[in-house]
Ligand binder design. Structure first.
Ligand code: GLV
Ligand code: GLV
Length: 323
């Protein structure tokens, strides 16, 4: 009988698929709604054929060795998989899979929501109302930035970045600049986007959205130098991974009003924030809820389950990220 461990409760749909395929007794789910400690993770993975992990689980060689040589697949319940050591997995013949596609709209929508929230200062206004400070319409109250017809710079035009670009070009007539390793012909055709280098993107964009994977090459890609190039009206949004921005440098730039504001869904040392971030009014903070729609999370659970079903049935999973 197969043995599958799920490191934290996810939407029921995927768990049901696993139970139907492998039997109720094959599946163990962490009963507590919290991240497992390192010790618990190392203990719980032992003897498993498949592990359904979350981006909050560090899946390194030690965990893989603890799991044992029968382990065939680590199915990550996320599109990002920087929590998993792919090289170590490949060396141990462990397949690693992810859940792309089904969270593209959710995450793109979140990036767009953050742009508007920062531009129109919506959380600030909400706080203002709740604090009963509102004394009537005022000509200079909470002035923000227009979104329509502004220039949007997208850093990384994979599924999520290009989805944002298409929506903002079609819906809000934004001009699109993008930074990517590759020329994206379809995307250029659909949005009239121009591929530029990172410096140009930072200098010229009114809105900047980060949509890259986190890798050693993208660590602190957005640093003090690039922040200094940005416009005073610029709004920076990150729904990818926190480590792509030097968060201390961003706090400084926001404090010094070098840019208009930032919208963050991810943090460099998640779940911690850089010192001082929470005191700033020109940043909108979300708790890594980019993919948190009922629709996306349910679909992610189905895909994460299907990846395990395929791997354990000697079929190549559709969303394999190891070779
Ligand atoms: C969320 O951050 C994901 O990678 O799915
Ligand atoms: C996510 O990884 C994407 O493809 O944008």
């Amino acid at each position: 009988m197969a043995s599958i461990y799920v490191t934290r409760r996810i939407p029921e749909k995927g768990l049901l698929m696993l139970k139907e395929t492998f039997g109720d007794d094959a599946i163990e789910v962490n009963p507590d709604d919290r991240v497992l400690s390192r010790e618990e993770l190392l203990e719980k993975v032992q003897g498993r054929d498949a592990i359904l992990s979350l981006l909050t689980d560090k899946m390194d060689s030690e965990v893989m060795d603890a799991a044992g040589s029968q382990c065939k697949v680590i199915s990550n319940y996320a599109v990002g998989y920087n929590n998993i050591n792919l090289k170590a997995a490949t060396e141990r013949n462990i397949m690693v899979t992810n859940t792309p596609g089904v969270l593209t709209n959710a995450t793109a929508d979140m990036a767009i929501a953050l742009m508007f929230a920062v531009a129109r200062r919506i959380p600030e206004g909400d706080r203002f109302m709740r604090e009963k400070k509102y004394e009537g319409w005022a000509p200079m109250l909470l002035l923000g930035q227009q979104v329509t017809r502004k220039k949007l710079g997208i850093i990384g035009t994979g599924r999520i970045g290009s989805n944002i670009g298409r929506k903002m070009h079609k819906g809000f007539n934004m001009d699109i600049l993008y930074f990517d390793r590759n020329v994206k012909e379809e995307f250029e055709k659909d949005t009239n986007a121009t591929k530029v280098d990172l410096e140009t993107l930072c200098k010229e964009s009114d809105y900047i959205s980060i949509n890259l994977n986190y890798t050693p090459e993208t660590h602190h890609l957005i640093n003090e130098n690039l922040l200094n190039l940005m416009k005073e009206e610029a709004i920076l949004v990150n729904t990818a991974r926190g480590q792509i921005i030097d968060e201390d440098a961003l706090v400084q730039a926001l404090k010094d009003k070098k840019i208009f504001g930032a919208g963050l869904d991810v943090y460099e040392k998640e779940p911690k924030m850089a010192d001082g971030l929470e005191k700033l009014d020109n940043v909108v903070l979300a708790p890594h809820t980019g993919s948190a729609t009922c629709e996306a999370r349910t679909k992610m659970s189905e895909i994460a389950a299907q990846n395990i079903i395929d791997a354990l049935n000697d079929k190549k999973p559709q969303f394999l990220v190891t070779q």
